[in-house]
Design a protein around this ligand. Structure first.
Ligand code: GTP
Ligand code: MG
Length: 259
């Protein structure tokens, strides 16, 4: 795979999500236009990707089709990270030290998280929710830790519900609600963990405190609570491979609208 060296100024998107979600499969599809067999990633990798001609980048809207700079602006860097629990520092680094970062794609295997109902039975859902919680909390901290009162720069995140070719996969709207309610659980169990470890309720200062994701209430977590810190969360389904071919159009469109 071509490793980009001289393109630090290109807009970039960061690919994160649990192991086996299909991140590297998407990267190779976007880069080469075809599916290549992947194995689990151990290091991050960045490739240069060109937006398909049929997709118009938001930044090109007011330019003439003959503008030569169109060609330049349609390219971006896609940074893939390993999903394994012990290798997630690569992803967190990518969020913290963004180089012209335009957005984050959190990919999940929608078939994997569909097993069992909510409650204790679904380990894959719990793990995905925990990972997503930590990414969102990092993004939220950009604003609570900033010295100025100004809201941080907008940073959109796409939850890509992958493997919708599998009949057991949860449709994208259900992936959204499953993750929202599981993040609610993660949020309260993390707080409980802190309290159990001897930190007083006053030290926690829920509501303003940096460790509490979303708004201060103890109700349900919803992705819309991230709007306040300028993080727009979208959910869109697709599949990188499948018997009837791939379907990645919604993801291309999201990238294009944030490029
Ligand atoms: P890590 O590198 O471990 O973090 O995983 P990853 O997210 O990079 O997963 P990877 O791209 O390696 O894909 C995991 C497996 O899922 C591979 O065997 C892919 O062929 C398969 N896969 C990826 N996308 C799809 C899809 O849309 N449908 C189906 N059925 N399988 C898929
Ligand atoms: Mg991978």
């Amino acid at each position: 795979i071509y490793r980009s060296t001289s393109s630090t100024t290109l807009p970039s998107f960061l690919l994160v999500g649990p192991s086996g979600a299909g991140k590297t499969a998407l990267l190779t599809l976007f880069e080469r236009g075809q599916h290549v067999e992947t194995r689990t990633s151990q290091v991050p990798i960045s490739v240069e990707v060109s937006l398909p001609v049929s997709t118009n980048a938001a930044s090109l809207k007011y330019r003439s089709v003959n503008d030569p700079s169109n060609q330049v602006h349609k390219k971006f860097l896609l940074a893939d990270t390993p999903g394994h629990g012990k290798l997630r520092h690569y992803a967190f680094d990518g969020v913290i030290k963004p180089q012209n970062l335009k957005g984050i794609i959190f990919m999940v295997d929608a078939a994997d998280i569909s097993m069992g109902n909510s409650g204790s039975g679904n380990e894959a859902l719990r793990q995905a929710a925990e990972y997503l919680h930590d990414i969102l909390l990092l993004l939220q901290k950009r604003s609570t830790s900033s010295k100025t009162s100004k809201a941080p720069k907008e940073l959109p995140i796409l939850i890509a519900a992958n493997k919708l070719d599998l009949f057991t996969a949860l449709p994208a709207p259900l992936v959204r609600t499953a993750l929202e309610s599981e993040i609610s659980n993660v949020r309260s169990s993390k707080t409980k963990g802190l309290l159990d470890s001897g930190i007083g309720m006053n030290d926690l200062d829920i509501g303003e405190e940096k460790e509490w994701l979303g708004d201060g209430g103890d109700g349900k977590f919803e992705f819309s609570q991230m709007d306040e810190v300028n993080v727009a969360v979208s959910v869109a389904g697709g599949n990188v491979l499948g018997a009837d071919g791939q379907d990645v159009k919604q993801w291309w469109d999201w990238i294009a609208s944030n490029l």
